[in-house]
Design a protein around this ligand. Structure first.
Ligand code: PEP
Ligand code: MN
Length: 348
């Protein structure tokens, strides 16, 4: 439930509403808005009797949030949430953001070779898994903390921000020490202790849609992070399980406008896992921008044929460069610029 205060409400009126909500046994969260203050009531799992609140001084309106999720909903916050990173990247604003890099961090040579190429092409965020959720226990599992160290070196050399996955709760703080954005993988979208712990770090969290998750389930997973007091959440559509074998997953492009209508959180698209096929990545990346995606998460490898994971869906650096040029045109066509790449001064 949301209690919207009138323009003329005094700080004392706001405090009165907060105190009443607490007295009713719920938590109150102040939501400062451009026009007026609202106070969110959380902690209820059903309809709350709003009579006591409606009668308080300064209260303009009480809105019952109709969705199962609250803090992630547009009803709760009409303006888009913008996730701001230290290197100037803004996710959820007017610009479309490019996040790119290998599936896994494999070696110093690999990540330190690809990072400057991605930066030069216009990416501002470097992806790369150090902890890899592999379907087979015998596949390459990632370099672990050594991989995080290599990502930090790549950031120091290029200024690119880092997005990397935290796979288990016990490692969240370690990943948070290195990452600018903590990635929660598709297989872990409903690992609620992991989501809560990632939320508590205060770092931006990118949540990938589970392979068989509905959009409401994805939004409820994001709600776990916001419930910890962290609204720096980026949603990611990465395809859901289908029955056709021509692509690895069914990339649900419609999820982009649907999520924009339901939530204030930014939504990015990962056409690499969404298709699993290198030749299909660019067309779906362009489709995602046309549909309104706030950014792309794309696998690029300096030598995809020898990649230790997901080589078949990884672009060559030159293909990424070409894709960026096309993406610029599509973004312009839908009235959104691509985020400008990092400038020379942003290189540390
Ligand atoms: C990844 O980004 O490399 C990854 C494992 O993605 P997902 O969780 O979407 O499968
Ligand atoms: Mn991958």
């Amino acid at each position: 439930m949301l209690v919207v205060m009138s323009h003329s409400a005094s700080p004392g009126d706001v405090a009165g509403v907060v105190a009443t909500i607490r007295d009713m046994g719920y938590e109150a969260r102040e939501i400062p808005g451009k026009q007026r203050v609202a106070i969110g009531l959380i902690g209820n799992d059903g309809k709350v009797d709003s009579g006591r609140l409606e009668a308080l001084p300064g209260v303009l309106q009480v809105i019952h949030v109709t969705q199962p999720y609250k803090q992630v909903s547009r009803e709760w916050r009409p303006e888009p949430t913008i996730v701001q990173l230290a290197n100037g990247t803004r996710i959820g604003g007017p610009e479309v953001v490019l996040m790119a890099g290998p599936c896994s961090v494999e070696s110093a040579a690999q990540i330190l070779d690809i990072a400057p190429a991605l930066r030069a092409a216009g990416a501002t965020v470097l992806r790369g898994g150090a902890f890899k959720p592999r379907t087979s226990p015998y596949s390459f599992q990632g370099l672990g903390v050594e991989g995080l160290e290599l990502l930090a070196r790549a950031r120091a050399e290029t200024g690119l921000a880092i997005v990397t996955e935290a796979m288990e709760s016990a490692m969240v703080e370690v990943v948070a020490e290195y990452a600018d954005i903590i990635q929660i993988g598709a297989r872990n979208m409903q690992n609620y202790p992991l989501l809560r712990r990632a939320g508590r770090t205060g770092k931006p969290v990118l949540i990938k849609r589970g392979m068989a998750a509905t959009i409401n389930e994805l939004l409820l997973s994001a709600e776990y992070v916001l419930a910890e007091g962290n609204d720096q959440v980026i949603l990611c559509e990465r395809g859901i399980r289908g029955y056709d074998e021509h692509t690895r997953n069914v990339l649900d492009i419609a999820a982009v406008p649907v999520i924009h209508s339901l939530s204030h959180l930014p939504i990015v698209v990962d056409p690499s896992h969404g298709t699993g096929v290198r030749a299909k990545v660019a067309p779906m990346a362009l489709a995602a921008i046309a549909a309104g995606a706030d950014g792309l998460l794309i696998e690029v490898h300096p030598d995809p044929d020898h990649a230790l994971s997901d080589g078949a869906q990884s672009l060559w650096p030159a293909q990424f460069e070409q894709l960026v040029a096309q993406a610029r045109g599509v973004a312009r066509a839908v009235g959104r610029p691509l985020m400008a790449g990092l400038t020379a001064t942003q290189q540390s």
